[in-house]
Design a binder for this molecule. Structure first.
Ligand code: DBV
Length: 250
């Protein structure tokens, strides 16, 4: 089973159609990684594949796709805007583990003031409200993560796989299309103070996610610590590695 491949098969052509998409380099060793886990009848191949693009307004568009049988499917898909746009991040964490499905979808804000919410969260609220009934709030999540979510944070734990294939897939499509609408409308920021605030907010978010990546344990078990730390800092949340060149282009 590959639960989340259809999500990628939808997203990548859509990105190509709606953006001036270009390749984003994936460091050697991260395009595809395999490991055998379990013993005997429980032996299971776990394959992680990476995808990455960029566009004139988006610094990095990247996906990590983990496929390890019916009880282990993950698609983590994040879009990091260029540092001269105050766009939110697009964040999708679609996770299937032995304990069930866990879905997080959001336009993760850089700022929390009323003007920012009006520009970047309000347009998404009708979509969020549309799915709230079928995809109810998923309950507790880490307090320290709360500053990184918007009022349109869709956080849910569907009981049925079919719900992931239907309702969650529709929500993913709507969120991604709405995000690309925001990208289309976005104008570059030129004010140097605002540029400084954007850099600081991007760093706060990315440093948090690299430090607290909930997949760290899983990746370390499969592929070892060295590979995992380099994957997190050198690909999944790589802004710090690219600050000089990124600032030059602003
Ligand atoms: N999460 C990632 C990356 C993943 C990934 C890069 C490539 O950021 C997968 C893989 N997320 C992943 C896995 C789990 C979660 C859980 C494997 C399950 C971990 C486990 O149970 O062992 C949203 N993802 C979660 C959880 C949340 C999110 C809240 C539950 C974690 C918990 O209960 O501790 N998405 C996640 C998050 C932010 C976000 C915290 C913060 C900004 O965008």
């Amino acid at each position: 089973m590959t639960l989340y491949q259809p999500f990628l098969d939808y997203a990548i052509p859509l990105l190509k159609a709606r953006l001036d998409l270009a390749a984003y380099p994936i460091p050697a060793g991260f395009e595809r990684k395999e490991a055998l886990t379990g013993k005997g009848k429980k032996e299971q191949l776990v394959v992680t594949t990476s995808h990455a693009f960029k566009s004139s307004k988006l610094r990095q568009i990247r996906a990590a796709h983990v496929e390890g049988g019916d009880a282990l499917q993950v698609l983590n898909f994040v879009i990091f805007p260029q540092l001269n746009y105050d766009l939110p991040f697009f964040g999708a964490d679609l996770v299937t583990l032995p304990g069930g499905h866990l879905i997080a979808l959001d336009m993760q804000p850089l700022f929390h003031d009323a003007a920012y919410q009006k520009q970047y969260s309000e347009p998404i609220l009708p979509i969020f409200n549309n799915y709230q009934k079928e995809l109810p709030w998923g309950g507790d999540f880490p307090d320290e993560a709360k500053p990184f979510f918007s009022p349109a944070f869709l956080w849910t734990r569907p009981k049925e796989t079919e719900t992931v294939q239907t309702t969650v897939f529709e929500a993913f499509k709507d969120y991604l299309q709405a995000y690309l609408d925001l990208v289309e409308q976005a104008q570059p920021v030129t004010d140097s103070q605002r540029l400084g605030e954007i850099l600081e907010a991007q760093r706060r978010y990315i440093d948090y996610r690299a430090a607290k990546d909930p997949a760290r344990g899983m990746f370390t078990r499969f592929y070892g610590e060295e590979w995992t730390e380099e994957y997190i800092h050198g690909f999944l949340f790589d802004l710090e590695r690219h600050i000089p060149e990124v600032q030059q282009s602003v």
